[in-house]
Design a protein around this ligand. Structure first.
Ligand SMILES: C[S@@+](CC[C@H](N)C(=O)[O-])C[C@H]1O[C@@H](n2cnc3c(N)ncnc32)[C@H](O)[C@@H]1O
Length: 280
């Protein structure tokens, strides 16, 4: 089969299961042939070998079952970093870039050696983006999942960001006994019923990365409480959350005596990150 025919066949096969069927087909074929989408078009008349076609058909079948594209290609871009992802890691989302942006905005043009922690780092997305932008910072990244942490460490090596330090364990308990300038996290925040009702693709991602008790607030509340012992006076806690959880999270932060509590909107105009300042 020629490349152009393969793309047309793949698009048709995915048309009912994906909103971006042609793009998915092109990206899967480009991954398989280790080339760019532009090269696929430029070499449209090239024929796939039997092995390549079989591999491509297998990719398309898996995608048709709802398996996320990033798990098939094995990588995902976040903050212009090409990150390896596996089914042990959440696929980093564009809205999480807001957590990076807000953290950087707290310390503009900063060349000081600050201690920053990213709790529940998954593929390492947030910690690696922060380390890339602020080379002087000492960035600590933790996760409860050893499998996710192994992927994050590989990403650090691959991106030349080995100065990020990784620790396994539950939330703040994983951290060394230090006081931090900022603790950031994108924890699980879906309620069990939200997760049950959500699209098939999400069910390929680790449930431990997504679901947080009946209301979705269990881990956010644990972080708000636990982080206080690890924050310097005047330091910040920044948390990503569900778009309807802003009011509940602001209340939790104020009840735990955080100050300057405020929420930030993502590109869709939804409250997505809330921060508070400890012991000013
Ligand atoms: C929503 S994912 C975020 C991953 C990554 N920070 C990102 O934004 O792409 C939540 C992460 O928290 C981790 N996690 C869940 N419960 C945890 C706990 N009790 N302690 C530490 N990490 C936990 C999961 O393994 C997962 O990697």
């Amino acid at each position: 089969m020629r490349l152009d025919a393969a793309i047309a066949w793949g698009s048709r096969a995915l048309s009912e299961s994906s909103d971006s069927a042609k793009l998915d087909a092109e990206l899967l074929l480009a991954e398989l042939l280790q080339c760019s989408r532009a090269q696929l078009i430029a070499h449209a008349e090239r024929f796939l070998t039997g092995a390549e076609l079989a591999h491509y058909q297998h990719f398309i079948a898996r995608r048709k079952q709802g398996e996320p594209l990033a798990y098939l290609t094995g990588h995902k871009e976040f903050w212009s970093l090409d990150l390896r992802v596996t089914p042990a890691t959440l696929i980093p989302r564009p809205e999480t870039e807001l957590l990076v942006e807000r953290t950087l905005a707290l310390f503009p043009n900063d060349e000081r050696r600050r201690s920053i922690a990213d709790l529940g780092t998954g593929s390492g997305a947030v910690a690696l983006a922060l380390s890339q932008e602020r080379p002087a910072w000492e960035v600590y990244a933790t996760d409860q999942s050893t499998a996710a942490l192994a992927v994050a460490q590989q990403n650090a090596v691959h991106l030349g960001l080995e100065r990020v330090r990784f620790f396994q364990g539950s939330w703040c308990a994983a951290l060394p006994a230090l006081l931090f300038d900022a603790i950031v996290s994108n924890p699980p925040y879906l309620s069990e019923s939200e997760w049950q009702g959500c699209q098939k693709e999400l069910h390929f991602e680790p449930v431990s990365a997504l679901v947080s008790g009946e209301e979705g607030l269990h881990d956010l509340s644990e972080l708000v409480h636990g982080a206080k012992k690890y924050l310097r006076p005047g330091a910040y806690l920044l948390l990503e959350h569900g778009w309807e959880q802003g009011p509940a999270l602001r209340k939790l932060l104020r009840e735990e005596a955080y100050q300057e509590v405020c929420s930030y909107h993502d590109l869709a105009g939804r409250e997505r990150v809330t921060s508070g300042r400890w012991a000013i």
